[in-house]
Ligand binder design. Structure first.
Ligand SMILES: *[C@@H]1O[C@H](CO)[C@@H](O)[C@H](O)[C@H]1NC(C)=O
Ligand SMILES: *[C@@H]1O[C@H](CO)[C@@H](O)[C@H](O)[C@H]1NC(C)=O
Ligand SMILES: *[C@@H]1O[C@H](CO)[C@@H](O)[C@H](O)[C@H]1NC(C)=O
Ligand SMILES: *[C@@H]1O[C@H](CO)[C@@H](O)[C@H](O)[C@H]1NC(C)=O
Length: 217
């Protein structure tokens, strides 16, 4: 059992959060866009977010079914170990694509002095053709630049937003040196990185809320 009480800071999100507890993956582009706007994400990331496709982000679980995110869902931290797998719904083409994930709320949403934290930066994803459904698994052919980091909001913080974005990968992206595997993950800026590397605006995205582990009883 978990609750949405940590999401109260993002008051418009509480309803989404409750919906997210019961609904499965994202099914509506306009609902994803509204969820991003209700959570102030385009503004806080300085991005334009007009998704053209749905991004499926699926977290494996130690036991039982894996969890596919629904924009704004709150997950207990121990369900977010990952690493996630990805798929894109719709005719986005074969790729290549870049997947990024950022936390704009570190160490706390009220004072995000180390944000953004880069939780994933991974290029060279191709979309596999899926003859039975319009949902195409994304398969990477190289290691991530920044491998997936599990959310770890500090004790006492409200829930953080963990935002996954899908970009079309421009020619020459693999030659970028702005971010390498040794670049600190703090104080990242996805907007300025996307501008500098010509990623442009994201074409899909989703997000989850994760609160600190509850204090031991
Ligand atoms: C997460 O922790 C809760 C509470 O301790 C437990 O009930 C649940 O099974 C755990 N879930 C996973 C995925 O480990
Ligand atoms: C794809 O990414 C996963 C997770 O980051 C990594 O374990 C795997 O090695 C990558 N695949 C290749 C071909 O590098
Ligand atoms: C990327 O770098 C490689 C090796 O330095 C070079 O051969 C290639 O032309 C570069 N590609 C682009 C698109 O800049
Ligand atoms: C990130 O960079 C953009 C410019 O691309 C800038 O407008 C914005 O203020 C920066 N965000 C942060 C949190 O520094």
């Amino acid at each position: 059992m978990f609750t949405c009480r940590f999401a109260m800071h993002f008051s418009p999100l509480v309803l989404l959060c409750l919906v997210g507890l019961t609904a499965g993956q994202d099914t509506s582009l306009s609902a994803v866009k509204r969820a991003f706007e209700a959570a102030d994400i385009p503004n806080d990331l300085s991005i334009t977010f007009n998704p053209r496709f749905l991004l499926e982000v699926t977290l494996p679980q130690p036991t039982g079914a894996s969890i596919t995110l629904h924009a704004g869902v709150q997950l207990p931290r121990n369900a977010t170990a990952g690493p996630p797998s990805f798929a894109v719904a719709g005719s986005a083409g074969a790729g290549p694509f870049v997947v990024a994930a950022v936390d704009p709320d570190a160490p706390t949403p009220q004072s995000p002095t180390s944000a953004q934290i880069r939780h994933l930066l991974a290029p060279n994803f191709a979309a596999r053709n899926n003859p039975s459904a319009d949902i195409h698994p994304l398969v990477n052919s190289t290691a991530a630049i920044s491998p997936y980091r599990q959310p770890n909001p500090p004790a006492g913080s409200d829930a953080h937003r963990y935002i996954f974005l899908l970009f079309r990968q421009p020619a020459g992206f693999n030659n970028q040196t702005l971010v390498t595997p040794t670049t600190p993950v703090q104080l990242f800026n996805i907007s300025s990185f996307a501008a500098a590397t010509r990623l442009g605006a994201p074409i899909a995205g989703t997000f989850m809320l994760v609160a600190p582990n509850p204090p031991a009883a």
